[in-house]
Write a protein that binds this ligand. Structure first.
Ligand SMILES: O=P(O)(O)OC[C@H]1O[C@H](O[C@H]2O[C@H](CO)[C@@H](O)[C@H](O)[C@H]2O)[C@H](O)[C@@H](O)[C@@H]1O
Length: 273
């Protein structure tokens, strides 16, 4: 039975570090990280969310001691270019498009069939929203984010209506919600949680020596928190509009970096017995 609580009811990962690490039970944590709101703060536009050198260094160090994957709603190529580290795994479009070191590349959710619907929806949305000031249509390979962060409050309904109209004519797609975005995604039972478990299997991490640890801030990260209850650790950054299935929380992107730096030292000790 999945447990969900208010974000403020769950303990801080930094305050309860020892308790959290006890759950590793000698296993090495494999690290799965969301990008926006986790590795970079939420900002006005997607192209402004740039990774700091400090965070990049923390990720680089971590990837020398364990497997590290960025699991993002962004386009996979886009997020890989923002992170700029080639020893990480990247799952883009909410886990539909995955690459990793050594030329690893896979699209395990089977989203290719939705490509032409996404192309059509992209064109329709660009057309419908051209007049809505502040709106932004962000095409990813296997999703479209319609941003309304910079849209006047009384125009947000117009954005939603345009999204619903497009979806009405496209059974291949479904809606997803996020922070000031409506997302159009393939209408397939695949999400970040399934992508995490797929990576655990594919990388041979499910055999008992690794425990998955996922950090994220948004509603789409809940699929991963749900998947990991009882078999891993979920950490929510900040809060979103709903209850969470994560078991710990971190306040901010800065706290994520501090936590990851500590984790690198801990994993070094685990790996050296
Ligand atoms: O799964 P994530 O890596 O967290 O990606 C989720 C969405 O993040 C981006 O949008 C969000 O961040 C923007 C920059 O801070 C912000 O302006 C926007 O309001 C947020 O919703 C990204 O642009 C989307 O494609 C991702 O789906």
């Amino acid at each position: 039975m999945i447990q969900k609580r208010e974000a403020l009811e769950i303990p801080s990962a930094l305050n309860q570090l020892n308790e959290l690490k006890a759950q590793f039970q000698g296993k090495t944590p494999a690290i799965f990280l969301d990008y926006d709101g986790c590795l970079t703060p939420i900002v006005q536009r997607p192209e402004m969310a740039v990774l700091t050198d400090d965070m990049r260094l923390a990720l680089q160090e971590l990837a020398t001691v364990t497997k590290v994957a960025v699991v993002s709603g962004r386009d996979r190529q886009n997020v890989a270019e923002l992170v700029q580290l080639d020893n990480l795994y990247y799952a883009g479009s909410h886990g539909f498009d995955i690459t990793g070191p050594g030329g690893m590349a896979s699209e395990p959710g089977g989203a290719k069939a939705a490509l032409s619907a996404l192309d059509k929806a992209d064109t329709m949305l660009q057309e419908k929203l051209r007049q809505v000031e502040g709106s932004q249509v962000e095409r990813k390979r296997y999703a479209i984010a319609v941003h309304y962060r910079n849209v006047a409050d009384d125009q947000v309904e117009t954005v939603r209506k345009a999204v619903d109209e497009v979806l009405d004519s496209m059974p291949e797609l479904k809606i997803g919600l996020g922070k000031k975005i409506y997302e159009l995604k393939p209408n397939i039972d695949w999400h970040k949680g399934k992508a995490v478990m797929w990576l655990m299997e594919e990388l041979g991490l499910s055999k008992g020596n690794y425990i998955p640890l996922y950090i994220g801030d948004d509603i789409t990260d809940e699929d991963a928190f749900v998947e990991l209850q009882g078999q891993g650790i979920g950490i929510l950054v900040g809060e979103h509009d709903d209850k969470t299935a994560a078991t710990y929380r971190l306040e901010s992107v800065d706290e994520v970096r501090v936590f990851l730096e500590d984790l690198t030292d801990t994993i070094k000790k685990i790996n050296h017995g």
